[in-house]
Design a protein around this ligand. Structure first.
Ligand SMILES: [Zn+2]
Length: 264
């Protein structure tokens, strides 16, 4: 499932079309990915409009078009956005194609756990608004993290890191990376974390997000070689720090990898 940095990269795939008009539009009416969205209105409002800009928040993307039109995209498990040549013809899973004179902006989703939403209005849609700070913003600080961890003190820390209303954009691999870097056991009860451990989690979260945006988010290149992500899915994965065999378990329904030597 795409996490913060991957979503950032997918968001930029439509940047090529910024400033250009949507001259035609193809979509698969009635598909699950459009649940709750009036696809007729979407079509009527977007054709003839220009793509102005896009923003990301956590794992969500918002594309702004001229004359007060907005398109929200959540990639879900298998969603992808990309740019194709102008004569592109959609295949089975290409549920939305915005045609411009020089290219086609394509959204593909095989499993359809992603979602496309449309909004017409002067301001950003209600479903976009939130008071939750982005991790790479100054508002995401130690105080915010401490308060959030306290609110969810009964849950294991790994499960808390996956909560989008506290750690927007963090998913399974980033949560494991953060806890490995902070040297904390993923199953550890959040209430048991000492102040220095909460500080380590805060620092590791900022670092993993920043570095991921500089690699994956920028050009889909790999995060640094000494990160856990390169080992976590291997059957015989080892801790990049001291080559101890990694352990695996399920926390909050997600496969979790950790090093028994450096995480406690
Ligand atoms: Zn280790």
């Amino acid at each position: 499932m795409p996490e913060l940095a991957e979503v950032e990269w997918y968001r930029k795939q439509w940047d090529a079309g910024i400033g250009d008009e949507i001259v035609d539009l193809r979509l698969h009416t009635g598909e699950y990915v459009f649940r709750g969205t009036n696809t007729r209105r979407l079509r009527e409002n977007l054709v003839g409009r220009r793509l102005l800009k896009s923003v990301r928040r956590g794992k969500q993307m918002l594309f702004q078009f001229s004359r007060d039109n907005w398109l929200g995209i959540h990639l879900g498990m298998t969603g992808k956005t990309r740019s194709e040549s102008a004569n592109f013809w959609p295949a089975k899973y290409d549920h939305l194609v915005l045609h411009q004179r020089k290219r086609a902006l394509v959204f593909t989703d095989q499993r359809q756990l992603g979602r496309i939403r449309f909004h017409h209005g002067r301001t950003k849609p209600d479903w976009w608004k939130s008071g939750i700070p982005e991790i790479d913003s100054p508002a995401f600080n130690q105080k915010f993290v401490d308060e959030f961890l306290h609110r969810h003190r009964k849950a294991p820390i790994k499960a808390v890191l996956l909560m989008q209303n506290g750690f927007p954009g963090i998913g399974n691999w980033m949560a494991d990376e953060i806890l490995w870097r902070a040297k904390i056991l993923p199953s550890k009860g959040t209430a048991k974390l000492a102040a220095r451990e909460r500080a380590a989690i805060f620092r590791a979260t900022k670092f993993v997000v920043r570095k991921s945006l500089q690699t994956l988010g920028k050009d889909f290149s790999d995060p640094p070689r000494n990160w856990l992500i390169h080992q976590k899915w291997k059957r015989d994965g080892i801790c990049p720090r001291h080559h101890t065999s990694l352990r695996h378990t399920t926390i909050g329904g997600r496969t979790t990898a950790w090093c028994p030597r450096c995480q406690s």
